[in-house]
Structure formats: C-alpha cells, structure tokens
Design a protein around this ligand. Structure first.
Ligand code: NAP
Length: 295
C-alpha cells in the first residue's frame, strides 16, 4: 500500500552536483511512507526529492525553497561548505567540522547542522570499548575526515593519527582537531603507515580507494592489515561495494569490520528526526538501502 502525495504534502530534499547517484531519496521516502502507514495517515505528510544544483545557483535555489515552504533539506558534495553563509544559525558541531549536511526551516531563516558525526559514531557506540585508552588512525584528509575527527573526540579518544598525501591539508586538519576538539593529532604521509599499524586500535578509511567502480583497490594490502593488533577494528566509510577489499581482508583475518552503510543510515535518521520532531524508523531506512545493493 502507498500513501499518496496530496496538496497538503510538505517538501524535503537533497541538493548536490551531481545528485543522480544519491541513495538518500530511497532511504527517506521509505521512512516517510512507513511513518504515514504507522500513523494511519490519509495522505503523505512529507516527500523527499533530489535537486541537482550547480554551485552558482545555490543561493537562488535556497531562497526559492524558503518561498516554496520547504521544511528542510540535506546538502551533499559540493555544497557542504558553500551552504554555510546562507544560514542564519549553525550548530557548534557543524562549525567545528566546518561543514553542514542538514538544514531546517526556522522563523528567522535556515538553520544547519552536521549529522555525519553522529552517523559515524553510531556503529562504534554499540561496541564495548574504553575509547579513552584507544588510538584511532584516519586515512585521508578530506571532508569526511573532518567529521571523523569530531567523532573520535566525541567517543573520548584523546589523540589520533592522520594519514594523507598533502602536508598542507594534514596541517589544516591537525589545527581543526586541536582547536575545535582538543584532540592530539599526529600527522603522517602514507609511507609511515606500516610502522604505525601495530599500535592502531581503530583504522578508519575516509579515502575513496576501493569505492565503486574501482572495487579491486584497497588502501592497505592483506599483509598490512595483518600488522594491526588482533583486536583492532577497521571501519571503511565506503558503502558500495559492501564489503570493500579492505573489509574482506579484515574479516578474513578475524578482525572487526564496519562498512559505511550504517553511517549513511544513521546520519539520515538523525536528519529525519530533526525535521519531523519524532524518532526516525531506522530499521526501514536500513532495509531500503540494503535493497539497493541486492543483485
Ligand atoms: P574528499 O573530500 O574528496 O576526500 C577524500 C580524501 O581521500 C582526500 O584526503 C584525498 O586526498 C584522499 N584520496 C583520494 N584518493 C586517494 C588515493 N588514491 N590515495 C590516497 N588518498 C586518496 O571526499 P570525502 O567527502 O571526504 O569522502 C571520502 C569517502 O568517504 C568517499 O568514499 C565517500 O563515499 C565516503 N563517505 C561516506 C559516508 C557515509 O555516510 N558512509 C559519508 C561521507 C563520505 P587529497 O586530499 O590528497 O586529494
């Protein structure tokens, strides 16, 4: 049974450039349908649509959405920074990360936050670990690495290692980690990684290495994965393919492997509950995403 869109249905969405690949509409519309059925609603209260928005059009689109009565939206690459000057309110977490992925309407304009941090830590919070005594290592120094840095601080890790290929980017993130989150951040180039691995408890891949269509690539060789402690967790932010080669090596070696799908689900659930003011149907959102990967 489908609950219908009517003249009273309100608007949610996601803007990016490109946007065609986004799985957010599948996940959010499954949740909105499930909630309407659960509430025996006679029409769909919200619908979630994708918008392909060129960076030059961002400001015009955002003010037009206010005029259309849009309730809120997600922003993805390349707008996570560009949206910030267009908001009247930004949460401390989004300011610290330096990026916004979720926007909602307020009486004085658009407000924004970053739910990637909550999405990232969610699968880790279920593991019984003393994060204060554990050492994470983040591979990559781009946008996702910023949210992961904030997540490591929220978990309680006092210091992290950061691996990248551009010293300037590494230095910038080291500053963000220290100033925004009080983290000790040690930066390294990739050639230093093998020597570090025996002391790493949580290895997080925030690079696109291994992502579709380059599914045979891996940021670590099987021998390098074996250098990690036997209790180490390997977390790959990539969700397609599932598992990546990195996570296949991890699983084969008996270590804990976490893929990026749950982060995607949980950042979406956090955004949806913010827009609706009620808990999101997380299981429905997870199921809708998993169905996208069934051959
Ligand atoms: P980004 O801003 O472009 O950053 C990518 C980082 O990876 C950069 O530091 C880049 O290095 C590095 N990198 C790229 N190719 C590399 C290579 N061949 N070798 C070594 N380093 C390489 O991208 P992002 O937004 O952070 O996203 C990164 C990944 O995270 C993507 O796979 C994305 O799908 C995933 N992600 C998943 C979720 C989720 O919900 N699961 C959320 C966000 C992101 P340079 O800086 O030197 O170019």
């Amino acid at each position: 049974m489908m609950v219908q869109i009517t003249g009273a249905t309100k608007l949610l969405g996601v803007m990016g450039y490109p946007i065609e690949h986004s799985l957010s509409p599948v996940m959010h519309n499954a949740a909105l349908q499930a909630l309407a059925i659960q509430n025996s609603a006679d029409y769909l209260e919200y619908v979630y649509v994708p918008w392909s928005v060129h960076p030059e059009a961002l400001s015009t689109v955002v003010s037009s959405l206010a005029k259309l009565g849009c309730s809120g939206f997600n922003v993805t690459i390349p707008h996570k920074q560009g949206i910030m000057p267009l908001l009247t309110e930004i949460t401390a977490i989004a300011q610290g990360v330096g990026a916004v992925n979720t926007v909602w309407s307020t009486a004085s304009g658009w407000a924004g936050t970053n739910t990637d941090v909550q999405g990232f830590i969610s699968p880790l919070q279920g593991l019984q670990r003393d994060w204060f005594s554990l050492t994470p290592c983040i591979l990559g120094s781009g946008g996702a690495a910023r949210a992961v840095l904030a997540g490591c601080a929220q978990l309680g890790c006092p210091h992290v290692h950061l691996i990248g290929r551009q010293p300037q980017k590494l230095q910038l993130l080291q500053k963000v980690g220290t100033l925004a989150w009080g983290l000790g951040v040690q930066t390294h180039l990739w050639q230093d990684l093998p020597a570090l691995l025996p002391q790493i408890d949580l290895l997080i891949n925030t690079t696109p290495v291994g992502m579709f269509p380059h599914t045979q690539d891996s940021p670590l060789s099987v021998a390098e994965v074996d250098l990690l402690p036997a209790t180490a967790i390997v977390y790959d932010l990539i969700y397609a393919p599932n598992p990546t080669v990195l996570l296949t090596y991890t699983q084969t070696s008996g270590r804990i492997a976490i893929n990026g799908l749950e982060m995607l689900v949980q950042q979406g659930a956090a955004a949806l509950s913010l827009w609706l003011g009620q808990p999101a149907p997380v299981a429905t959102m997870r199921q809708a995403l998993q169905a996208c990967f069934v051959d």
